[in-house]
Design a protein around this ligand. Sequence first.
Ligand SMILES: Nc1ncnc2c1ncn2[C@@H]1O[C@H](COP(=O)(O)OP(=O)(O)OP(=O)(O)O)[C@@H](O)[C@H]1O
Ligand SMILES: [Mg+2]
Length: 252
Amino acid sequence: MMKDLLEISGITKSFGGLLAVNNCSFSIKKGKITGLIGPNGAGKTTMFNIICGLLKSDIGNIYLNDEDITDLNPDKRAHLGIGRSYQKIRLFPELTALENIVIAFHENKEGLIDAFLPYKRHQKNLEKKAMNMLESVNLQEKANFRAYELSYGQKKLVEILRTKANDPSLILLDEPTAGINETTIKQIKSIILEFQKEGRTVFIVEHNMPFIMNLCETIIVMDQGQKLAEGKPEAIQRDKKVLEAYLGKKHA
Ligand SMILES: Nc1ncnc2c1ncn2[C@@H]1O[C@H](COP(=O)(O)OP(=O)(O)OP(=O)(O)O)[C@@H](O)[C@H]1O
Ligand SMILES: [Mg+2]
């Protein structure tokens, strides 16, 4: 049986009177691409924030590789192998595309491993790696553009590439294709498949159904803070509860 990399156990989180995540449990298989879908406000981003440690849950536990990480801060979790991208892009606008990736290396263990090298050589190595990453999505010519000068799709590509910098075993992507054209979506798909080839586990929140249904082996559905369903894409697309949850929101 395939081992679970991440286990979410009875997670609850409220903001004041609002129950954003309500006793939610599920697990994510190692090496797989898993999708998390659900109507707006279902609690998906909140769940990602709890997994990476940006938010503390009120109740429940999170295990990474059987280790209880519930009380660890985001830095510790990043060192243990959790990387993520944000629904709202978080780049340093005044830094170049290349620098935005290099700085992500510095924030993590890869920066430490090479730290014994003379600083300049170390820096050159990281720049080379970052440049290779930009080349992989045809952005080499934008390497020295400041982040604010990039198009939205280009920013999004850089944001997604940055998640790889700390050599994560688990990558969380929050709406990687939102607001992106078809060509860039194809590039994002190939980045994600590359993550998987490198042995990483990928967990994706998406509203783009064709994209997520095509890419994921398993889909988890949240609605009003709770897990509503879990299964293969074909089954989820036919699940009455799931259809109702989406329709209910549309007519609300
Ligand atoms: N920091 C916060 N303070 C107060 N309420 C919050 C906060 N973050 C999220 N919420 C509320 O919690 C609920 C879940 O929000 P969340 O962002 O997790 O939903 P989501 O599933 O990611 O939605 P979307 O698909 O629109 O991104 C929403 O009702 C939201 O308004
Ligand atoms: Mg969200």
